[in-house]
Design a protein around this ligand. Structure first.
Ligand SMILES: Nc1ncnc2c1ncn2[C@@H]1O[C@H](COP(=O)(O)OP(=O)(O)OP(=O)(O)O)[C@@H](O)[C@H]1O
Length: 237
């Protein structure tokens, strides 16, 4: 569904992505992991067209997305930190988004309901707690039934029940054949929701494997231990 070919991106002298090539298939939850600064958000932003790569290509359903716009309607995005106009209420933000996306007739309001956002509809975005803002971001990401979801550390700041609601929603959408890309540092969470793990280190794909294959290769039952083993082996002389 999404193919990334020889992607490179630098910010000044800093080479953030170095020849990244991967294919993400529909109907999968793929977790993008790696140390801070490895380039995870940059990959997501390149797919979204928020960052223009220096070279390489990104294709969605076989067509290059570079400098295109229409394909973005097929992507729901939840950024690490949601930024909203402080004076707008939750209701106004949601209505504004619905107005922009009038093309979608059947909106998905499941998360609005499960997070009971309507009870807080008249609160200003600037007055919301970090977690509530995350809930609004999650509700918006899923609202227009996108084929692809890109979720950047989606459960950071959510209480355990709200995080659980989001994980169930992710799995529900995967069953419908959607592609979900999640960046996360929480290995237990990755293990719960992801089918495959792509690990970026210094802008390179260190590995891209199914969770079961990672466990099998390392003879570990827990994903965190399997990944620690792979990383430590690299460090050894
Ligand atoms: N707009 C920018 N201008 C300059 N440097 C940037 C910019 N955006 C990101 N970088 C740098 O690119 C590198 C990769 O950043 P990126 O946000 O992709 O990492 P990440 O893997 O998502 O990290 P984290 O786990 O901390 O969220 C970092 O060194 C970061 O400082």
């Amino acid at each position: 569904m999404i193919t990334i070919e020889n992607l490179r991106k630098s910010y000044g002298k800093l080479q953030v992505l170095q020849d990244v090539s991967v294919t993400f298939a529909a109907g999968k939850v793929i977790s993008i992991i790696g140390p801070n600064g490895a380039g995870k958000t940059t990959v997501s932003k390149c797919i979204l067209g928020m960052v223009l790569p220096d070279s390489g290509d990104i294709k969605m359903n076989g067509k290059s997305v570079l400098k295109q716009h229409a394909y973005r309607r097929q992507i729901g995005y939840m950024s690490q930190i949601g930024r909203y106009p402080e004076n707008m209420t939750i209701r106004q933000v949601i209505e504004m988004m619905r107005d922009i996306r009038k093309d979608v007739k059947e909106v998905d309001e499941e998360l609005i309901g499960l997070y009971r956002l309507k009870e807080m509809y008249d609160k200003r975005m600037g007055a919301l707690s970090g977690g509530t803002k995350q809930k609004v971001s999650a509700a918006l990401a899923f609202m227009f039934n996108p084929q692809v979801l890109i979720l950047d550390e989606p459960t950071a700041g959510l209480d355990p029940i709200s995080a659980e609601i989001l994980k169930c929603k992710i799995l529900k959408e995967r069953k419908k054949g959607k592609l979900v890309l999640i960046t996360s540092h929480i290995m237990s969470e990755v293990e719960e929701v992801a089918d495959e793990v792509m690990c970026l280190v210094d802008g390179h794909v260190k590995f891209y494997e199914t969770i079961s294959s990672l466990k099998q290769q390392t003879n570990e039952e827990r994903l965190s231990k399997a990944i620690a083993k792979i990383m430590n082996e690299e460090v050894k002389p």
